[in-house]
Design a binder for this molecule. Structure first.
Ligand code: IMP
Ligand code: MG
Length: 176
């Protein structure tokens, strides 16, 4: 089977949308500091590009989680593989994700972070697949809403590959 990637969102469109979100965030958090919390590994490319365009002070922190599940469907619970280095109490936290699919990961992560008493807690995702939603998540900032397809690039992987693409594409498998 050969893998084929068809462009869904171009690098130019992503960059333009990131400029818009960064502008919105910079205005909303004027006079404040934003603590960006990246969910590894998928969120890293988006978070770094977004951070570069925000004009208020920014700090960055990283977290790695995995869902307990059978591999294809995530379960309701998550396991923290790597926790944040610093407390978030009193901080303006924005969780930066690559994509919200079933919503289970973020639903659970949101509750874990909210219990640590940040000053504010918001969610920013590059992509949203609302058709697949199972758990309710309050998404504050969305880059693009996309149909139910498996996408790669710009942080998103298939078997750990394609994260480095500067665009987002739909992956399909074709007979050689
Ligand atoms: P969920 O919202 O708990 O179902 O899980 C979302 C996570 O599943 C994302 O953070 C991605 O790591 C992964 N994921 C969901 N859809 C895709 C996709 O289309 N491509 C790559 N990874 C995906
Ligand atoms: Mg992810």
């Amino acid at each position: 089977m050969k893998e084929r990637v068809d462009t869904l969102i171009t690098a130019t469109a992503i960059s333009k949308r990131i400029d818009e979100i960064a502008e919105e965030l910079s205005a909303e958090y004027a006079g404040e500091t934003i603590e960006l919390v990246c969910v590894l590994k998928g969120g890293v490319v988006f978070m770094v590009d977004l951070a570069k365009k925000i004009t208020v002070p920014v700090t960055m922190n990283f977290m790695d989680v995995s869902s307990y599940g059978d591999g294809t469907e995530s379960s309701g619970e998550i396991k923290i593989l790597m926790d944040l280095n610093d407390p978030i109490e009193g901080k303006n936290v924005i969780v930066v994700e690559d994509i919200i699919d079933s919503g289970r990961t973020l639903r659970c992560l949101y509750d874990i972070l909210a219990a640590r008493k940040p000053k504010s807690l918001k969610i920013c995702t590059l992509l949203d697949k609302p058709d697949r939603r199972v758990a309710e998540v309050n998404v504050d900032y969305t880059g693009f809403t996309i149909p139910d397809a498996f996408v790669v690039g710009y942080g998103l992987d298939y078997a750990q590959r394609y994260r480095n693409l500067d665009y987002i594409g739909v992956i399909s498998f074709v007979e050689e």
